[in-house]
Structures are given as structure tokens and as C-alpha cells.
Design a binder for this molecule. Structure first.
Ligand SMILES: [Zn+2]
Ligand SMILES: [Zn+2]
Length: 425
């Protein structure tokens, strides 16, 4: 169960993120922004929750093809089966990933991973909820060839886990390993929006495929991370939808029916002739960070606590998923999703976010009392109720510290004070 391994690795990811923060602190580097990191991990949580209800659909095709149409029987206790399957998974990943950058409807599902303008281990957790539905098809040839599902899922899990450590600026080039493996340096290039870096280094574990198929690029100039048109939002649901909305808008405006179809099949940057034709990626400006709205200082501790509670609700849901009914899963998804969207709204200073958050922290402890029974109901309700005092305290701290309602905070993004969060529509 590929993504189950990934879910179980969650605590290790957080330990490594803490380690990266410590290294960055010692070196005097600022690698993380709280709002960006929470947004990264929020998209990862939404992906995990999607897989929670749709896992069967995502892996069913592989099982079905292997059971009915496999051309050979490879024994799962042979090292050659594992080596062959791993190379096959890595090759399939390369083509899935490459086409996800070169075909608009696949990019709409992959873009989430590239929206962050920071580059750190939290970005590795930045994942699209829709992508698993598109990626699964690319692995079907391995089922047809005859690699057993258990071997395929383990190789897929390793390939996914391997990519976690690539998302860091704390590791420089790695000598001879650069020729064989995908390294942090190679993958930094992949996340660059510099025109020279766009659509390069798609590999998962081996850099071989990029060298073979002509998409390799060395890290040669400072990398500016993110996408050419910034997402400019901390809403993890909108992160999954924004590019679809853009594509449907282009298709709606297109006069020729064929252009409506081509909108989804052409590469990013393509527009019908009557909308100006192809627009190449713009050169990078001077500022590596394009989206960095100020937020009130009082929000930091509050957001960290609420986020920890939401993560704390997600992890047991992932572990107990076999025994949870669909009702409970949906209730959990709604609660966690609501909280994550609110946190994004608070960091952006959206006017709706404070009332929505007030309702959520008061209502959410009641939900487990309705959907669970016995001690789990009381334990979960008590756990969710931990967020209530934080919300009340946050209100108390915000009220006297709000002399500049409607004005810009004076200390820059990291030092923002007052209630800037309450001022944007
Ligand atoms: Zn990519
Ligand atoms: Zn990446």
C-alpha cells in the first residue's frame, strides 16, 4: 500500500523538518515561512484524506490487469523481480511526471506540488489531491508485464519516500552521485521558475531518464522557486482547483470547438490564436518571493496549535482507516478541511475567516459526539476542544493590539502586528 507507507512515515518527516530548521537556524538561513509551510502540509493532508476514501479506485486497475491479463509470472521472492519492477516504476514515474509538465490537464493536477516559492522539506509534502487519479494509469503496463501488486506497491512507496529528502537547500552537490541519482541539486532545478529550468529533471530516483530523454539540466544559476503565475493564496482547496478554473475559462472564451479541446491537451502557456497564442515563461524578477502577505503576530502560536490539532486528527484516521465507516471518514474530512481552509484564510486576512473559525472551534467538538460512540467520542471531542481556549486567548491578544485596522503593519511580513488579518475582503 504505497501511500500507507507514506502516511506511516509522517512522524519521521516531521523530525527531519525539525532537523532542517535547526541546521538552517545554525547557518542563519531563513528557509521556512510559517504560512507557506502550513499551506504545503495542508495540501498533503487533503491528499491523504482523498486517498482515504478513494484508495480502492486508485489501485483497482493495477490489481485487475495483473489478475486477468498478466503476460508473465514474476516470483515476488526473486531479487530480479524487485530490481526490474523498481526500474519500471522509476521509468513510469519519469513519463508520468514529464507529461504532467507538458500537458495542461495533467499539469492542473500536478501544479500543486510546484506552487510554493520556498524550497524546504515541507514542500515535499505539498501534494495534489487529484494527481493519484491520473498517475495510476501510467503504472498499468507494469501490471500487464506481470509484476505482482505487492512488489509494485512497495517499489512505488520507496520511489515516493526517496523524493522527500530532495526538497532541501541545506545539501549542496554530491559529487559522483550527481551522475546516477536524482539529488537535491537536480530537484531544485525542477522546482525553478527560471526559464532555463522549466520542464527539466523529472526523474524520481535515477537521473538516468532525464539524461537519456533530453530533459536534464544542471543547477547553474540561483533558483527562483514556484510557478510563473503565483498562486497568491494560502487556501489548500483553491490550490487544487485554480488551474482547472483557468483552463475552463480559456476553453469557454475560445471560439473554435477544437481550441476548447486543445486547451486541455496543449502545454502550459498555450492559448488559442484569438487569445494571443503561446506565452513563453517570463524571466524571473528580482524578488524570489512574489506572495507574502503580512499577518498578525498573534496568529502564529494560534495557527501552530490549531494546525497540530488538525494533524493530530488526521494521523489516527489514516491508521484506523480499515475500521472507520465512510460516514466517519467524511465527517473527519469535512472537519479537517474546514480548519485548514480557515487557517489559510486567517493568514491571508480574509474577512470571512474569523467568523468561520469562531464557528468551527465551537462546533467541531460536537461533531464526534454525533458520529462516534463510546469513549472515542469523548476523547475526540476533548481533543478538538483543546482549540477553544486558544481561540479565546487569540481574541484577547488581538483586541488591544489592533491600532492600525485597515493600515499596513510597520515591521514587514515577519514582524507584522495589529489585526491586519481582519482587513482584507
Ligand atoms: Zn514536477
Ligand atoms: Zn518536488
Amino acid at each position: 500500500m504505497e501511500r500507507d507507507f507514506v502516511a506511516l512515515a509522517g512522524p519521521i518527516f516531521f523530525v527531519l523538518i525539525a532537523l532542517e530548521l535547526w541546521v538552517a537556524h545554525r547557518r542563519g538561513q531563513r528557509l521556512y515561512r510559517l504560512n507557506d509551510a502550513i499551506n504545503d502540509i495542508s495540501t498533503g493532508i487533503l491528499m491523504q484524506l482523498t486517498v482515504l476514501v478513494a484508495k480502492g479506485v486508485i489501485v483497482a486497475g493495477y490489481f485487475w490487469i495483473h489478475a486477468n491479463f498478466r503476460l508473465a509470472d514474476f516470483p515476488s521472492d526473486s531479487a530480479w523481480t524487485w530490481i526490474g519492477c523498481f526500474l519500471g516504476v522509476d521509468l513510469a514515474y519519469y513519463w508520468f511526471h514529464r507529461l504532467s509538465h507538458e500537458i495542461n490537464f495533467l499539469w492542473a493536477a500536478h501544479v500543486v506540488h510546484h506552487q510554493s516559492e520556498d524550497y524546504n522539506l515541507a514542500v515535499a509534502l505539498r501534494q495534489s489531491s487529484l494527481q493519484p487519479f491520473f498517475s495510476s494509469f501510467f503504472y498499468w503496463p507494469l501490471a500487464l508485464v506481470g509484476f505482482p501488486p505487492v512488489v509494485f506497491l512497495a517499489c512505488g512507496a520507496f520511489n515516493t519516500l526517496y523524493q522527500f529528502w530532495l526538497h532541501t537547500r541545506t545539501i549542496d552537490r554530491l559529487g559522483p552521485l550527481e551522475a546516477i541519482l536524482v539529488t537535491p541539486s537536480h530537484h531544485r532545478v525542477h522546482h525553478g521558475r527560471n526559464p532555463v529550468y522549466i520542464d527539466k529533471n523529472h526523474g524520481g530516483t535515477f537521473i538516468l531518464w532525464d539524461r537519456l530523454f533530453g530533459t536534464f539540466e544542471r543547477e547553474r544559476e540561483e533558483v527562483f522557486y514556484g510557478i510563473t503565475k503565483p498562486l497568491a493564496s494560502w487556501n489548500p482547496v483553491w490550490a487544487n482547483l485554480h488551474y482547472w478554473v483557468e483552463l475552463f475559462e480559456i476553453a469557454r472564451k475560445a471560439h473554435r470547438p477544437i481550441d476548447k479541446l486543445l486547451t486541455f491537451l496543449k502545454p502550459p502557456g498555450w492559448f488559442p490564436e484569438d487569445q494571443g497564442g503561446f506565452q513563453p515563461p517570463p524571466p524571473v524578477g528580482r524578488d524570489p518571493i512574489q506572495f507574502d502577505p503580512p499577518y498578525p503576530r498573534a496568529l502564529r502560536g494560534y495557527a501552530i496549535l490549531q494546525f497540530a490539532i488538525l494533524v493530530g486528527l488526521t494521523i489516527p484516521m489514516g491508521m484506523l482507516k480499515e475500521s472507520l465507516s465512510l460516514d466517519i471518514k467524511w465527517a473527519g474530512i469535512a472537519l479537517v478541511g474546514w480548519g485548514l481552509v480557515n487557517l489559510g484564510g486567517l493568514f491571508e486576512g480574509r474577512a470571512w475567516s474569523l467568523p468561520s473559525e469562531a464557528i468551527r472551534v465551537f462546533v467541531s467538538p460536537l461533531v464526534p459526539l454525533f458520529v462516534l460512540s463510546g469513549p472515542p467520542a469523548w476523547i475526540t471531542a476533548g481533543f478538538l476542544a483543546l482549540g477553544l481556549p486558544a481561540f479565546l486567548l487569540k481574541q484577547a491578544s488581538l483586541v488591544p493590539a489592533s491600532p492600525r485596522r485597515g493600515g499596513e503593519p510597520s515591521g514587514g511580513p515577519a514582524e507584522a502586528g495589529g489585526d491586519a488579518a481582519l482587513t482584507r475582503p
